[in-house]
Design a protein. Structure first.
Length: 95
């Protein structure tokens, strides 16, 4: 069974905790991406005072979705799936 190869990882994005199941070799990449996301959200918070957290998250997602060929490594497809699920969880929580 493929689930047996996955490990649970807790990450915090925008002050909310999320439990992901990932392959062990993806853990560093996931943690690095979460760190970059939180740094970008913090950057938006300091630049655009007065907005709500959903606005910062949306700006962060738009930034990463439109970066194209940037200096940062592109996420692998399985990680992109995890980001999609995380985005859906955020949307549901903020709705």
């Amino acid at each position: 069974m493929e689930d047996e190869k996955l490990i649970p990882v807790n990450v915090v994005v925008a002050d909310r905790s999320y439990r992901l199941k990932i392959h062990p070799d993806e853990e560093q990449q996931v943690r690095s991406a979460v760190k970059r996301i939180n740094e970008k959200i913090l950057e938006f918070k300091t630049t655009y005072a007065g907005k709500d957290l959903q606005d910062y998250i949306a700006m962060c997602l738009i930034t990463y979705a439109t970066q194209g060929n940037s200096a940062e490594p592109a996420p692998e497809s399985s990680f992109s799936g995890e980001l999609g699920r995380l985005e859906e969880s955020l949307d549901n929580a903020l709705a």
